[in-house]
Design a protein around this ligand. Structure first.
Ligand SMILES: NC(=O)c1ccc[n+]([C@@H]2O[C@H](COP(=O)([O-])OP(=O)(O)OC[C@H]3O[C@@H](n4cnc5c(N)ncnc54)[C@H](OP(=O)(O)O)[C@@H]3O)[C@@H](O)[C@H]2O)c1
Length: 252
């Protein structure tokens, strides 16, 4: 565990045992933040990541919690507060709905309700100057304005609902001096989600790659960490890849 927690920012990243969350943890730790790697099931993977970060001179810890479970979400925030007394950056990266056997209402539960609840739990412990970064996809961000592959529709609708719920908090965030940033990515090369989609609906992935190479996990994770530093205004959206999505769309 760290002993410089008064000088390092405390960044909690949900769903950081693999993929974009894990890479976000690596990039943020390399820049000097203490990263709290939240995972749902893969404790070993999260521990190996934290050890790798520490071996590189960074600072990291792990907390297991299914953020879709109210009690576990509460325990995640309580564990961070018990250890550090605060959290400076909350990266809302964990997402779901494509899991095999997921209940039909799970997408809304994880992508909207759990995000809002976690923010509500965290807010009293985020000091003024802190920030929340919501990670989303173009297909979710532009839901209702651009077509979405059928498999992804419930995820897109629920992630957009989550983004809207967070944006509705802007007056309260302003009052508290806390920033909200949204980072939206095209399909990200090499991720499990894109591998799954490629298997279930190869045309949907091909339709994205015909516009150019997909962004890498490192490019997207770097944009997420940049958003945790940015001075671009409350509610700003950073777009990564997919220039065709942005052409002609009103980008908010
Ligand atoms: N992949 C893409 O192409 C893409 C594109 C644009 C935006 N994004 C966004 O980027 C984010 C990360 O995507 P990804 O592809 O890296 O995801 P991923 O590979 O599916 O990673 C999922 C991570 O979230 C954790 N997780 C899942 N459900 C959780 C829960 N209920 N509570 C806590 N942790 C949970 C998993 O932990 P365990 O392994 O321990 O279960 C794992 O660490 C998502 O918000 C996604 O919408 C992804």
């Amino acid at each position: 565990m760290v002993d410089e927690s008064n000088t390092r920012r405390i960044m909690v990243i949900t769903g950081a045992s693999r993929g974009i969350g894990a890479e976000t943890a690596r990039v943020a730790a390399a820049r000097g933040d203490h990263v709290v790697i939240n995972y749902r099931e893969k404790a070993k993977r999260a521990t190996v990541l934290a050890e790798a970060i520490e071996a590189e001179g960074g600072s990291a810890s792990t907390v297991g919690a299914d953020i879709a479970d109210e009690a576990e979400a509460g325990r995640l925030i309580a564990a961070v507060v018990a250890e550090f007394g605060r959290l400076d950056v909350l990266v809302l990266n964990a997402s779901g709905g494509l899991e095999r056997g997921a209940e039909p209402d799970y997408a809304m539960a994880i992508n909207r309700d759990a995000q809002l609840r976690l923010v509500r739990l965290a807010l009293p412990h985020i000091p003024s100057g802190g920030r929340i970064v919501f990670v989303t996809s173009h297909q979710a961000h532009f839901h209702g304005r651009k077509p979405v592959p059928a498999e992804y529709e419930p995820i897109a609708a629920s992630k957009r609902a989550g983004e809207d719920a967070l944006r509705a908090l802007r007056p309260e965030l302003t009052e508290r001096g806390i920033d909200l940033q949204v980072v939206s990515g095209d399909m990200i090369d090499g991720t499990i989600i894109v591998q799954l989609l490629r298997r279930r609906n190869p045309d949907a992935v091909a339709a994205r790659t015909e516009h150019g190479a997909l962004p890498t996990v490192t490019e997207f994770a770097t944009a997420v960490v940049d958003a945790a530093d940015a001075v671009s205004g409350l509610g700003h959206t950073t777009y990564v890849g997919g220039q065709d999505y942005l052409a002609g769309a009103s980008t908010d």
